[in-house]
Design a binder for this molecule. Sequence first.
Ligand code: F6R
Ligand code: MG
Ligand code: MG
Length: 366
Amino acid sequence: MSITLSVIKADIGGYVGHSESHPDVLAQACDCLTKAKSDGLLVDFHVTKCGDDAQLIMTHNYGVDNKEIHELAWNTFVSCTEVAKKLKLYGAGQDLLSDAFSGNVKGMGPGVAEMEIEERPSEAVIIFMADKTSSGAWNLPLYKMFADPFNTIGLVIAENMHNGYSFEVHDVKEHTRIVFNSPEEIYDLLVFIGAPSRYAIKAVYHRDSGHIAAVSSTQRLSLIAGRYVGKDDPVCVVRTQGIFPAVGEVLEPFNFPLLVEGWMRGSHHGPLMPVSVEDSTPSRFDGPPRVIAAGFQLAQGKLIGPRDMFDDKSFDNARRQANWAADYMRQHGPFEPHRLPLEEMEYTTMPQVMEKLRDRFQPLGD
Ligand code: F6R
Ligand code: MG
Ligand code: MG
C-alpha cells in the first residue's frame, strides 16, 4: 500500500521568548488536523513540538507536494497564529512569510520533509526534529547512518545493505542538486556535505531497490526572506530496519553532540543535544540546539506511536558532553568559532559599523 508521510513545521510563536511552544497553540493544531482527518483528507496525524516549533506529522494518500495537504498545514499555522496572538506569544506567526497561501508551503516559511512509500509489512520510521539550528545539521548524522561502517555495522555484515545508499545533495544557495553513490563516491560527497551551510543532504536512497530511506527539510529561512527571521529548525524522516539501518544505527550518530550552526540569534556554533520532547526547551543562551526523535510504526498509514526515542538513559553521556561543549564554546563569547563567520551570521551590525567608521580606515601603504 502506498502512503505519504508529510512533516511540516513552523515557529508560530514562542513561550517564553523562543524557548518553548504553548499548549493552547498545539491544541489548536490538533483541532484543525482532527477535522481534516474526519473529512478524510488525512489518514492520521500527530502534533508535537521541538522548542518553539510546532510540528505537524501527517499521513495521507495524496503524494508529496500536494496542494490540499500544504494548504491544510498553512491554514493550521494561520489559525494557531491567531491563538498565539491572543496570548501575545513571542514572534506570533514568525515563520509565515507570506500573506496568503499560493499552492505550496515551500518558500513560504514552514519547513517540509515528505516521502511517498510503499508501506512494508512492518514500517518503522523515526522523525528527527531540531530547534535552534539549520538544515545542514543532518549532514553528519545522515552520513554516519548510511555511509559510515563505524556507525552502521549493517553496511558491512547485512547482505541487503552491503551495496550502499545514494545521497541527493542540494546546493541551497544556487538551487541545484546532485546525487552521489556511496561507498565509491564518499570522498567527493564529503567535499560538499562537510560544508553544511551551503550543501544539505535532501534525501537518501537504498541503491539495490531505489527505495527512499530518508528525507529532510532544506528550506533556508534567511534565503527565503532575505533577512533574519530565525533559524530553519529542520526536520528529517528516516525509515529504519530491514534494508535500512536498524533503530540503534539510526540513533547512534546523535550520541555525539556535533557542533551545528544556530543557538543564540542564529549566529553561533553549538552542540546539538539529543533530548526528550519534554526537554526540548532551549533556554541556556537560547540553546544549546536540541534534537528530538519520534519513533512510529505505520499500520495502513496509522501512526502507531510516538515513542520518544531520546528519552533514554543511554543518551545521558551525550547530554553531559553537550553541556560540557556548550560551556567550552560559550567561553569564546563573541569570537569565532563560537560566533559564526561574518557571511553566515543571521544578525550583523557590520554594515552600519563599517559605514560609521569608513573614513577612519587608512591604507597600510605596503
Ligand atoms: C535563534 C532564536 C533566538 C533569537 C533571540 C533574539 O534562532 O530564535 O536566539 O534570535 O532570542 O530574538 P529577537 O530578535 O526576536 O528578540
Ligand atoms: Mg522562535
Ligand atoms: Mg525554533
